[in-house]
Ligand binder design. Structure first.
Ligand code: PEP
Ligand code: MG
Length: 896
């Protein structure tokens, strides 16, 4: 088995695409060598060798010794120098390099090969004793801490003491003698701690360093980083042993980092920093401030020209922006690393579009280079990235589930009512609740962000906040929220009403105080790229929107209609005339408390004008596009107050006794409300609700049509479980609708369809399609009912199911990314059987998965007509739908 890959003098054993085996750095060095760039020679030990080492208790595979020896000899021949030589020694760096960039998480050892003899040789060969001993002490220091694990602080302490004794402040002022003395002290300390002499044999040094780099793969930092970044499936780190080049030999030397384009704007300019007379570590340590590359152009014009040529060559070669490290040793340029550069979201869009226009890449590639994260980062506000990490750590209050990204700053309030009161006074608030219910929707609307102690990504709070693109953290279980005392506590820390807090919906962190936010502006390239996506995709993209405002936002985001209008959200808030919200709430509460069908009808009559007005606004906003309106869905108990004081207040308003209110609330109580009297079951038992809602929809549609607005209403029944149930609802729907239409003497087309959100409905889809004109998969409930996982509080244990270092039962949260294997099987079955009955059946999805890129790709493959996503996720769905087409094409090509 080949474990070692050589590169040098224009030839390399490895290739640029062997990242998994050689790591990013190793693959980049091999490729740069092959294309004739100036790269110091060396060799890469593969990630397979690391894997073996970690699995065999620190033993190397038996072939490795001989292979390393052979390539080391080759390196010595090529450079004309020998490791540990007393005259002009070869020195090497030993660096980690994984297939995925893990900056600073693993170990590096520089200047390896120095010992008491070779340091003298180095001093003579460079005619620079100070440089030789400085290099030596750096090596002994690094080796002691990295390979042996001696405490860094002890070593630093000795360095400080030496400087004190010499009466100097900066390292640059230390003489050769000073460094020599420090080496002696380090070695004495080494002996005292380990009982052994510091290794003089360069090969022993080399094997020690290789083992340390391998071990750093399992170091705490690296393991945590991989967990946080969701990096899985890699074998380990490669080790790169490379001839040292020095940027610190004088004014003709230096080191720098550069990008082929500006990584923050995407502009096509050479971008980077350079530090004269310095080594790479000095740049990282931030001891001295680097200068702009322009300075290099002035001080070393020849080197700059050469670097500019490298920039052009590398970008053409990799067809993407590169992030490079280089060193200049006595006027000679060396490339030490190249990798695809990280970039801001705005830069990602600009580069993808510019590179396509420059014909460097094709439209398909441009579309594949953008991720849903890039789109999110483009629209949502974020914490000021310049804020110091320590500052953030010291302000951290709690952690929850990052339900909706973005960030929010406001004063903490603990009830929706307070939120509305404070907001009316012009205050910015963050609403903190144990959980939210539809009752809270007004307060949620005015809040900058929402924080709840319970719930998962499809809980009420999350679904509603997502619709508004509002930062939301749920399931922060450790916070103790005391709404009555207007405060929350965690581990002795307290936040009271009116205290500033900041939410980071990106990672679910809650901070105390007011942290500055930045709101990114979508660049012009965004529009261009989205147009390209629209041309490529086959899936339609609609939106989940409940108000005219949201509908307009969604249309601006590119929505091609409404896939789900949750009508119950209209019962609580009047978005156009907020002062009328109370009237709506009272009407719905009166309807729920009604004892007879007459009383219910009377209450519903009060609601009718409100709903009709909302529908008119939505139809107008969606002029010419289809609008799917779903009839009432949540269990009724969600609409009535549960605390005594509020019950008394309500009783007074509608003129019944508080006991009667309490009794009715008690009657509505269910052990499993999600599996209870909800969905279309409400309209089966209270057909007058259906009558009012259908009337509101059809009257609004007729009103709009008369004024020239093009309406395409689709009436949808939720939680249907079979054909019989849907048939009853369909007959009732058509009876009401057709009567209004014929009385108005107009022609109005409308559809009647169903959600598929119960396994039974999916299984019996063939029969249901005899009645339904369309299906819309409600994958929030379908996931809940298929998996037997509560969408509201599975968040308590789901993280452990998803965590790859724990149970790892799921790859992703099934409420966020569709469970293609299980729930997907039901969906495929339902589509196949539904279309067998009704070939033209219109099929979409309106669960939260409609805005998740991976799930959208599944919907494309499953043959749906459209997906429906919350307004701010519409662009994500548009892009993912295009990527699905491209990926399908690529899979087809591979098969051939
Ligand atoms: C669903 O269940 O997927 C759905 C869209 O309906 P809701 O989230 O309102 O239950
Ligand atoms: Mg549902």
């Amino acid at each position: 088995m080949k474990y070692v890959y050589f590169f040098g003098a224009g030839k390399a054993d490895g290739l640029g695409d062997m990242k998994n085996l050689l790591g990013g750095k190793g693959a980049g060095l091999a490729e740069m060598t092959r294309i004739g760039l100036p790269v110091p020679a060396g060799f890469t030990i593969t990630t397979e060798a690391c894997d073996y080492f970690l699995k065999h208790d620190g033993k190397h595979p038996k072939e490795l010794k001989a292979q390393v020896k052979k390539e080391l000899t080759r390196l010595e021949k090529l450079t004309g120098k020998k490791l540990g030589d007393a005259k002009d020694p070869l020195l090497v760096s030993v660096r980690s390099g994984s297939a995925r960039s893990m900056p600073g998480m693993m170990e590096t050892i520089l200047n390896l090969g120095l010992n008491n003899k070779s340091v003298e040789g180095l001093a003579r060969a460079t005619k620079n004793e100070r440089f030789a001993y400085d290099s030596y002490r750096r090596f002994v220091q690094m080796y002691s801490s990295v390979v042996i694990g001696l405490p860094k602080e002890d070593l630093e302490e000795r360095l400080r003491a030496m400087k004190n004794s010499l009466g100097v402040k900066d390292d640059t002022q230390v003489t050769a003698q000073g460094w020599r003395q420090l080496v002696g002290e380090y070695k004495a300390y080494f002996k005292q701690k380990t009982g052994k002499d510091f290794p003089e044999d360069p090969e022993e040094q080399l094997w020690g360093a290789i083992g340390a780099v391998f071990n750093s793969w399992m170091g705490e930092k690296a393991v945590t980083y991989r967990r946080v970044e969701k990096i899985t499936g890699l074998l380990g780190t490669a080790v790169n042993v490379v001839q040292m080049v020095f940027g610190n030999t004088g004014e003709e030397s230096g080191t720098g980092v550069c990008f082929t384009r500006d990584p923050s704007t995407g502009e096509k300019v050479f971008f980077g920093d350079f530090l004269l007379n310095a080594q790479g570590e000095d740049v990282v340590a931030g001891i001295r401030t680097p200068v702009h590359l322009k300075e290099l152009a002035k001080s070393m014009p020849k080197v700059y020209k050469q670097l500019e040529a490298v920039r052009q060559k590398l970008e053409k070669h990799y067809r993407d922006m590169q992030d490079m490290e280089f060193t200049v040793e006595s006027g000679k340029l060396y490339m030490l690393q190249t990798r695809t550069g990280k970039r801001t979201a705005a830069a990602a869009f600009r580069m993808a579009v510019d590179m396509t226009n420059e014909k460097l890449i094709k439209v398909e590639e441009a579309l594949q280079r953008i991720s849903s994260d890039d789109i999110e980062r483009l629209f949502y506000p974020v914490l000021d990235p310049k804020l110091a990490r320590n500052e953030l750590i010291s302000r951290k209050f709690a952690e929850g589930i990052n339900a909706v990204p973005g960030a929010a700053v406001g004063k903490a309030v603990f009830t929706a009512e307070e939120a509305e009161k404070w907001a009316a006074k012009g205050e910015k608030v963050v609403l903190v609740r144990r959980e939210t219910s539809p009752e809270d929707v007004g307060g949620m609307y005015v809040a900058q962000g929402i924080l709840t102690a319970t719930g998962g990504k499809t809980s009420h709070a999350a679904v509603v906040a997502r619709g508004w693109g509002k930062c939301c953290i749920v399931g922060a279980e450790k916070i103790d929220i005391d709404a009555a005392a207007k405060k929350m506590t965690i581990g002795g820390k307290v936040v009271k009403e009116g205290d500033w807090i900041t939410l980071d919906g990106g990672d679910g962190s809650v901070y105390t105080g007011q942290i500055e936010l930045q709101r990114p502006e979508p660049p012009p390239a965004y529009e261009t790229l989205m147009k390209w996506a629209d041309k490529v995709r086959k899936l339609g993209v609609r939106t989940n929107a409940d108000t005219p405002q949201d509908s307009r936002v969604a249309r601006a985001m590119g929505a091609e209609g409404i896939g789900l209008c949750r009508t119950e959200h209209m019962f609580f808030k009047d978005f156009e005339h907020p002062e009328k919200s109370i009237e709506r709430q009272e009407a719905i509460q009166e309807m729920i408390l009604a004892d007879t069908s007459e009383a219910r009808r009377a209450a519903l009559a009060k609601l009718l004008p409100f709903q009709r007005r909302d529908f008119i606004g939505i139809f107008e906003a969606m002029n010419g596009l289809p609008v799917t309106i779903r009839l009432i869905d949540p269990p009724l108990h969600e609409f009535v107050p549960h605390d005594h004081a509020k019950q008394v207040e309500l009783a007074k308003k509608i003129g019944i006794s508080p006991e009667a209110v309490a009794r009715r609330v008690e009657q509505l109580h269910e052990a499993n409300p999600m599996l209870g009297h909800r969905g279309c079951r409400l309209c089966i038992t209270y057909p007058e609700i259906l009558e009012m809602q259908v009337r509101a929809i059809i009257e609004a549609a007729i009103d709009c049509q008369k004024r020239g607005v093009k309406v395409l209403p689709e009436i949808m029944h939720p939680l249907v479980l079979d054909k019989k149930e849907l048939k009853i609802l369909e007959i009732a729907t058509r009876r009401v609708a057709d009567e209004i239409i014929s009385q108005a003497k107009v022609k109005l087309e409308y559809l009647v369809g169903t959600m598929i959100e119960l396994p039974r409905a999916a299984l019996l889809a063939g029969q249901i399609a005899e009645v339904a004109e369309f299906f819309s998969f409600g994958t929030n409930d379908l996931t809940q009912t298929t998996m037997g996982l509560s969408r509201d509080d599975a968040g308590r244990f789901l993280p452990e199911y998803v965590d790859q270092s724990k149970a790892a039962i799921f790859k992703d949260d099934p409420f966020q990314t569709l469970d293609v294997e299980g729930v997907g099987m039901l969906i495929n079955w339902a589509i196949k059987n539904g279309r067998a009955t009704r070939p033209k059946l219109k099929i979409g999805i309106c669960g939260e998965h409609g805005g998740d890129a991976e799930s959208v790709k599944f919907c494309h493959t499953a043959g749906m007509n459209y997906v429906s996503a919350s307004p701010f996720r519409v662009p994500i769905a548009r892009l993912a739908a295009a990527q699905a087409v491209i990926e399908e094409k690529q899979r087809g090509k591979k098969k051939k």
